[in-house]
Design a protein around this ligand. Structure first.
Ligand code: ZN
Length: 243
């Protein structure tokens, strides 16, 4: 069997049109296996559809904070108010079975010699954000594989550690032996790096090349669905801005 070519999808956040476009793009790129770094739900209007589609294709999925809060009746005190307002709505859209599925997701998964986590490996259940090299160091101290893919910040960057830790943007990244990489796969459903196109990663295991893909999708349709569902207008607007 040939080596797998992975599509790594994260922070889909119930954005059906973005997920459709990304999956089509990935099929065109010869992807043979699907992985998800969490946050299938939250913010956008099609959580139930997105859960079903990820469940159907993904070989491994880790739990995101939105997945967690939508699957547990826990307090939303430390959640951003805009995010919290969508949690109750999202819970009502999900079936019992879908909630059970989200509840059963692990925080960390190993696949084919690399790692998946939503936030950071040092405290995956605290949902810390890794934006700078210092935060990435804490993660690297717990990272036993050479590469780990993550999500959560919705900003596709890579932290690379050899003698020291560097943070860079990337498009096509060749993984070098003897180094560690903490790679953010970007966000399918709510990009926050100023580029409104959906983002995901193709990882070719054999050539050890990570490619960041940006895919234009029907933003207007996703916005229409947010408005039709009565979700906050700001959630529709930010999709056009990529913020
Ligand atoms: Zn997210």
């Amino acid at each position: 069997m040939s080596d797998p070519r992975f599509a790594i999808l994260g922070d889909i956040h119930g954005n059906g049109p973005a997920l459709t476009a990304v999956m089509e793009d990935a099929r065109g790129r010869g992807v043979t296996a699907w992985l998800c770094v969490g946050d299938i739900v939250g913010y956008n209007a099609e959580p139930s559809e997105c859960v079903d589609r990820i469940r159907e294709v993904a070989q491994a999925t880790v739990c995101g904070n939105h997945d967690h809060y939508c699957a547990h009746e826990s307090s939303l005190e430390d959640f951003h108010p805009l995010a919290a307002s969508v949690v109750a709505w999202t819970r009502r859209q999900l079936s019992e079975e879908q909630v059970d599925y989200l509840r059963g997701l692990s925080l960390v998964r190993m696949v084919a010699g690399f790692t998946l986590v939503h936030s950071t490996l040092d405290m995956p259940d605290k949902w810390g954000y890794v934006f700078d090299a210092l935060e990435a160091e804490a993660n690297f101290n717990c990272q036993t594989t050479s590469v780990c893919f993550y999500g959560h910040t919705h900003v596709p960057v890579v932290f690379e550690r050899d003698q020291r830790t560097r943070r860079t943007g990337y498009r096509v990244l060749k993984l070098e032996a003897g180094r560690k990489y903490f790679v953010n796969a970007g966000s399918v459903g709510q990009p926050r790096d100023g580029d409104p196109r959906a983002a995901y990663v193709v990882y070719d295991l054999k050539s050890r090349v990570v490619e960041l893909r940006r895919v234009a999708y029907d933003v207007a349709k996703a916005q229409e669905r947010i408005r039709a569902a009565g979700l906050p207008e700001r959630l529709a607007q930010r999709l056009s801005l990529g913020k």
